[in-house]
Ligand binder design. Structure first.
Ligand code: 6PG
Length: 470
């Protein structure tokens, strides 16, 4: 009898699901995958490393019957209704204490709902962010599980074996209760949006402002990736510059300038507004993708206004140095915003998210991995309750030397018609957050003028209302 043979099951043998399981099999675990599509199952089995134990089935019951107890079943299916459908089909065939893991990009409120719902059915639910794309899933992703704490010890050995490693430490940790895993992954994606947008804004300045060729930009990003901007996104950008199309010309130049989005960046912005936490660098990244999708409108409006970016008059070396500093500045601020959002959400929603572990898990495997995370990791290890890392000495030391050059290049960008929204938003966020006296006394006066909303004073305690212009 073939029961209780496999350690871990997967629902959905698309590239991500298949790669994740193959990775686990390579680490000595016996894995079984379910997909209705026989061809996907066959391709999965064929891709397995010789000597590993992998199996695919086309009936869910077959998989469930062959898993050891408590059953550990992960799904990698599209977010939304498909996740609920899978859950409903699993409930009648699972036993008390079995564990369901959602490894997709689900909304954290759905995850919270599912954790509570499955508790009533005696099942344990883990909402788990997985980052690193197809290659990451196969070779070592960054994994962000949250939810039922009692489930974690049962999946920990497997997750630690498949996760990316940094200095021998696995990039996985239990990141809090309820929807914490998916919350952290959502904000990870928000930061991802911001960094990608900022890189594209720098690309715009170098290409149209500095007339740099793709080969030159390859060299620039190559050098940057060897320094303090070392990161996955800078690394892939470097390689994108040299990618050729079939006809031998550069592929990048042929790609239409309309950016897609699956929604996680938008969710980040939406939730930040609810929390009252400013994340304008991320908001602008979402906005820029939205604007980019209006290609026809943009083409017509460009003709109407006669707008065009001007070639910059700075010499190339200065431009490259200033662009480097502005990108580093923007990226630090994007992380700052995302991390402050997670810290606030953790408190408001009682998710108990360990911030030091979040940054530690992001150091390897994920899309936003970068050497900056080592700095953030030190900050949170020393002061786990830091609300906003902008207030720390470590971040001040990073920002101070690049502030003036960042201002210089962004002022140049404004003056010459560059829509560097996410970078501008980063600087404005910084300037406001480091401003001891904002002009918002005026807003308070106006609110009180037309709405009797009251205000506080600098010179005495209390709440005041004035009969303005009485
Ligand atoms: C990751 C990625 C992954 C996915 C994004 C793409 O961490 O591996 O973030 O989750 O590629 O969701 O999102 P958009 O299609 O919205 O850009």
């Amino acid at each position: 009898m073939a029961t209780q043979l496999y350690d871990f099951g997967m629902i959905g043998l698309g590239v991500m699901g298949s790669n994740f399981l193959l990775n686990m099999a390579d680490h000595g675990f016996k894995v079984i995958g379910f997909d209705k599509d026989l061809a996907k199952g066959q391709a999965f089995e064929k891709a397995a490393t010789a000597g590993t134990t992998v199996k695919s089935v086309t009936a869910l019951e077959d998989m469930v019957q062959q898993l050891s107890s408590p059953r550990r079943i992960m799904m990698l299916v599209p977010a939304g209704k498909p996740v609920d459908d899978v859950i409903e089909s699993l409930i009648p065939i699972l036993n008390e204490g079995d564990i369901i893991i959602d490894g997709g990009n689900s909304h954290f409120t759905d995850t919270l709902r599912r954790v509570n719902y499955l508790q009533t059915k005696g099942l344990r639910f883990v909402g788990m962010g997985v980052s690193g794309g197809e290659e990451g899933a196969r070779k070592g992703p960054s994994i962000m599980p949250g939810g039922d704490k009692t489930a974690y010890p049962h999946i920990q050995p497997m997750l630690e074996s498949v996760a990316a490693k940094v200095n021998g430490e696995p990039c996985v940790a239990h990141l809090g209760n309820a929807g914490a895993g998916h919350y952290v992954k959502m904000v990870h994606n928000g930061i991802e949006y911001a960094i990608m947008e900022q890189i594209s804004e720098i690309y715009e300045l170098l290409k149209w402002g500095g007339n740099l060729t793709n080969e030159e930009m390859y060299e620039v990003f190559k050098k940057w990736n060897e320094g303090d901007l070392h990161s996955f996104l800078v690394e892939i950008t470097r390689d994108i510059f040299l990618q050729k199309d079939e006809d031998g010309t550069f592929l990048l130049d042929k790609i239409l300038d309309k950016a897609g989005a699956k929604g996680t960046g938008k969710w980040t912005s939406q939730d930040a507004l609810d929390l009252g936490i400013p994340i304008p660098s991320i908001d602008q990244a979402v906005t820029m993708r939205n604007i980019s999708s209006n290609k026809n409108f943009r083409v017509n409006a460009a003709a109407l206004y006669g707008t065009h970016r001007k070639l910059l008059t700075i010499n190339k070396e200065d431009l490259i140095q200033q662009a480097h500093d502005a990108l580093l500045f923007g990226v630090i601020i994007a992380y700052t915003q995302g991390l402050s959002m997670i810290a606030k959400a953790s408190e408001d929603l009682q998710m108990e998210i360990p911030m030091d572990k979040v940054v530690s898990v992001w150091r390897g495997g994920c899309i936003i991995r970068s050497s900056l995370l080592t700095v953030f990791s030190k900050v949170y290890s020393a002061q786990p309750d830091t609300e906003n890392i902008l207030s720390t000495q470590e971040i001040a030391e990073l920002i101070k030397p690049i502030l003036l050059t960042t201002r210089t290049i962004l002022a140049t960008a404004i003056a010459n018609g560059y829509a560097s929204g996410s970078l501008f938003a980063s600087l404005s966020y910084f300037d406001a957050f480091t401003c001891a006296e904002m002009p918002t006394n005026m807003v308070q006066a106006q609110r009180d003028y037309f709405g009797a909303h009251t205000y506080q004073r600098k010179d005495k305690e209390g709440t005041f209302h004035t009969h303005w212009n009485a």
